[in-house]
Each structure stands twice: as structure tokens, then as C-alpha cells.
Design a protein around this ligand. Structure first.
Ligand SMILES: Cc1ncc(COP(=O)(O)O)c(C=O)c1O
Length: 441
């Protein structure tokens, strides 16, 4: 008898022949897919278009988009204000090799919103944001090592792709994790330059940071919007520990910046030295940014005497991305953020009630409007807890939700709501999870 997963895969194949054909055509040229995150088995859907909170695939099926381009499309698709800003900028010129003024406008908007942002620089991705923030921290402190948390993802450059998803049999004790490279081909020095900290264990963080303070350029920290259930108290402890030991704190706001006008740091009431941004601040275009204390950021000020530090990039501060990002931020009012957070809270409460009713060992973790579903009881507050969750129902649930018209992030680890949604979409998603569990659990 076929398993529920095999059945769901077969139904998925039957419902998406054009996606399958396009995937097969494309893979001859793209090493499986045009980027790693575009592949999931048995083959990814090819999307034809998006509007509001919906996507349509090339086989003509419609989905409520609960992934929103890796969480970036906070306003959903086709927002009129964003599109008008993009058209206006394109009429003036797409890329003019010179500032156009729009980059200063979004810089001012970001600095107005985030208390700790005195200066900001723009790049093309979250990856570049953490890369340059770390380089700044190293340049300022003249220290070579960085500390990051086990399970923390900060982009795809060598310094940070250490212990992102380490195999537990090699990862060492939970309170003294070993640094392990995440992907093949990384510089052998990346792991030896990284000190790994455990989430949600302030005593261990204190001990490890104290032991390495004299060689650390920074602690890089993401309280893991929607992925891990990290408590604000822990975030504040990390700030206190880094301050006490004179280590710079770089806060990764790349996902969390949709939760409050002033970012997740405002919600958690902490004041990092530097912060990194991405995703929503490009309005759907490639973007990243980093900024913070003026005395640090001004080391990049090449209008003054050289400090030996420099940061730039051909497409950094791209005018179209800046225009789209500024329009997105102007739509992201306190009311819109409240709406998004309320949808997130509704989803979390209803899903958790559903899991309790059905006596299923699962939970929704939600930070504002970013959410994940895990099959485990008890708080998922560290990488070790995440690694211990049961993964067997994830793929069947993902495929069943697609069949019912809900497109979530593959792996269900990083899903996001968007402003055009309302309670009806949330209730529909919860009902669809209920239907899926009836078949698969
Ligand atoms: C917390 C966090 N930091 C950094 C990044 C890297 O951003 P990008 O994919 O734009 O390079 C991501 C990407 O998902 C992320 O989730």
C-alpha cells in the first residue's frame, strides 16, 4: 500500500506537469535549480505570477503565498505604491553610476526608525551585510575571531557558514559547541576563526565569551525570528554579556525587521553596536544593509582621511531597489505591522489549539508574522532542540498544503505572512493543516 507521502507525491506530479517540464528543461543548465533554495522534491513549482497574497503556478493553480519570497515580500505581490515607485525610478534611469538621492532618503528613513542606527551602508544581500559588518568589526578591534550561535544562519560567506546545521555526533557538548564548516569548499580557517555559542544558555555564553573576549571581533546574533523560540531575556543577556566583556554585538535583523517599526531590537529592548538588514528593505529587489554606531561606521567614510577600511559594490544602493524599499517602508506603518503581528498571533494560537485537540506532538513558533511548524513538544529554543524534532511529517504536510492551495516555505522552517492577508486566509490555512494531518498523521 502506498504511504501518504508517496500518494501525495504522485498527486503533486499529476497536478504540476508544466512545472515538471520546466524544471527538467532548466536543470540541464542550472545544476539542479537556479539556486539551492529553489529545489524541493519531487520537483519545484514554477510560478507564473503573483498578486496580493496569491501566487499562480504555470499549471494554472492558485496558492495563498505563505512563504513570500523567503519572507521578503511583506506587502505581498503587486503593491501599487511599490510598483509606482519602481516605474518612476526606472523612468529616471535604472543605474546611473552615481547617487540619485533615493539612497539618502531610505537611509534617513531607516535611521529614523531604528534607534541604534546612526549611519548605514547599502549592499545587495543579507550575506553581504553580515560580511561587511564583520569586516568592520575586525577592522575596528584588530581581532580576528568572531562568535556566532549554533544553528544561526547569517548568509553564505565563509565566516558565518560555520555550525549552521552541524551533525550532532560531531558538534560537541551542548554547552560548549564545536565549530564545524557547514558546506564543502570553505576555507579551512573559517571554522578555526569561529567561536560557537549555544542559544538560550546564558551561563555558557558568559563563560565562552569571557574566555575568548581578547580575540573576538564581535558576537553575531539573530534571535531567530520564526525559527527558534528564543526569549527576549536571553537576547538581553547576550547584550549584557558582550558589553561587560567589551565585545561588539552585531544584531542580525535580516528577517526580524518586519516585527516592529524599530526592528526586533526594539521589541527585545536591546541596543546592538551594529545591525544587519535585508529582505523587506528592498521591496522585493536584491538588497542588504548594515549600520549602527557612528564611530564604527565612520571608519568607512572615504570623504575623510583614509582609515584603510573601504566598502562598495557595483550594484550596492541600487536606485530601483532603494525606491522599492522606501515605498515598502512607507507602507509598513504601525497599523500594518500591528495587522501582520495579529495575523501571526492568530495563526499560532489556532495551530497550537489544533495540535492540542488532535494530541499531535507539534507546535507553531511565531515571531510577529514569521512562523515555523515543528513536530515536537517543549520549547524549540536552541539548535539542539530543533535538531531533535521529528522531520518525517514535514514533506507530506508541505505537499498536502500545496494541494489545498497554500504555498509554505519548503521544510516549513521559514514561512511568512503578508499585509494583504486577513483572518480568512489564516483560518483557511489552519483548516488545511487540520485536513493534512487527518491524512498523514
Ligand atoms: C537571519 C538571516 N541572515 C542572513 C541571511 C542572508 O540573506 P541573503 O539571503 O539576502 O544573503 C538570511 C537569509 O535567509 C537570514 O535568514
Amino acid at each position: 500500500m502506498p504511504t501518504p507521502l508517496a500518494d501525495l507525491q504522485e498527486r503533486y506530479r499529476c497536478a504540476s506537469p508544466r512545472s515538471r517540464a520546466l524544471f527538467e528543461q532548466g536543470r540541464a543548465y542550472t545544476a539542479g535549480a537556479a539556486k539551492g533554495a529553489y529545489y524541493y522534491p519531487p520537483h519545484p513549482l514554477t510560478m507564473a505570477r503573483g498578486q496580493g497574497c496569491f501566487l499562480w503556478d504555470v499549471d494554472g493553480r492558485r496558492y495563498v503565498d505563505c512563504a513570500n519570497h523567503h519572507t521578503a515580500q511583506v506587502l505581498g505581490h503587486g503593491n501599487e505604491r511599490v510598483e509606482a515607485a519602481v516605474r518612476e525610478q526606472m523612468q529616471k534611469g535604472i543605474a546611473l553610476g552615481a547617487p540619485t538621492g533615493i539612497e539618502s532618503e531610505i537611509a534617513r528613513e531607516m535611521c529614523d526608525r531604528v534607534d541604534t542606527l546612526e549611519r548605514i551602508r547599502f549592499v545587495n544581500s543579507g550575506t553581504e551585510a553580515t560580511l561587511h559588518a564583520i569586516r568592520l568589526a575586525r577592522g575596528y578591534t584588530k581581532h580576528g575571531k568572531i562568535a556566532k550561535f549554533e544553528g544561526g544562519y547569517h548568509g553564505s560567506h565563509d565566516a558565518v557558514e560555520v555550525s549552521v546545521a552541524p551533525p550532532l555526533d560531531q558538534a560537541g557538548p551542548a554547552d560548549a559547541p564545536v565549530a564545524l564548516p557547514t558546506a564543502g569548499g570553505m576555507s579551512p580557517s573559517a571554522a578555526s576563526e569561529a567561536i560557537i555559542l549555544p542559544y538560550s544558555d546564558p551561563e555558557a555564553v558568559e563563560r565562552i565569551v569571557a574566555a575568548h573576549a581578547s580575540e573576538l571581533a564581535c558576537v553575531l546574533f539573530d534571535p531567530k525570528a520564526g525559527v527558534l523560540d528564543i526569549q527576549p531575556d536571553f537576547a538581553r543577556a547576550v547584550r549584557d554579556i558582550t558589553r561587560r566583556h567589551g565585545v561588539l554585538l552585531i544584531f542580525d535583523e535580516i528577517v526580524g525587521f518586519r516585527t516592529s517599526i524599530g526592528g526586533l531590537q526594539e521589541v527585545y529592548d536591546i541596543d546592538p553596536d551594529l545591525s544587519c538588514f535585508g529582505k523587506i528593505i528592498g521591496g522585493g529587489f536584491p538588497v542588504g544593509a548594515f549600520g549602527g554606531r557612528a564611530d564604527l561606521m565612520d571608519l568607512f567614510d572615504n570623504s575623510q582621511q583614509s582609515t584603510g577600511l573601504f566598502q562598495s559594490g557595483t550594484f550596492s544602493a541600487h536606485p530601483v531597489a532603494m525606491a522599492a524599499g522606501l515605498a515598502t517602508l512607507s507602507e509598513l506603518t504601525p497599523q500594518t505591522i500591528d495587522h501582520l503581528n495579529a495575523l501571526g498571533a492568530r495563526l499560532k494560537d489556532q495551530l497550537n489549539a489544533l495540535f492540542a485537540d488532535r494530541a499531535i506532538s507539534a507546535q507553531a513558533v511565531c515571531t510577529g508574522s514569521v512562523f515555523s511548524i515543528y513536530f515536537a513538544r517543549g520549547p524549540i529554543a536552541s539548535y539542539r532542540a530543533l535538531a531533535a524534532t521529528d522531520k518525517t511529517l514535514i514533506q507530506p504536510l508541505f505537499l498536502s498544503l500545496i494541494e489545498q492551495g497554500y504555498f509554505l516555505g519548503p521544510g516549513l522552517g521559514m514561512c511568512a505572512l503578508s499585509a494583504p492577508m486577513d483572518a480568512e486566509h489564516i483560518d483557511g490555512l489552519v483548516a488545511a493543516v487540520g485536513n493534512a494531518l487527518a491524512e498523514i498523521a
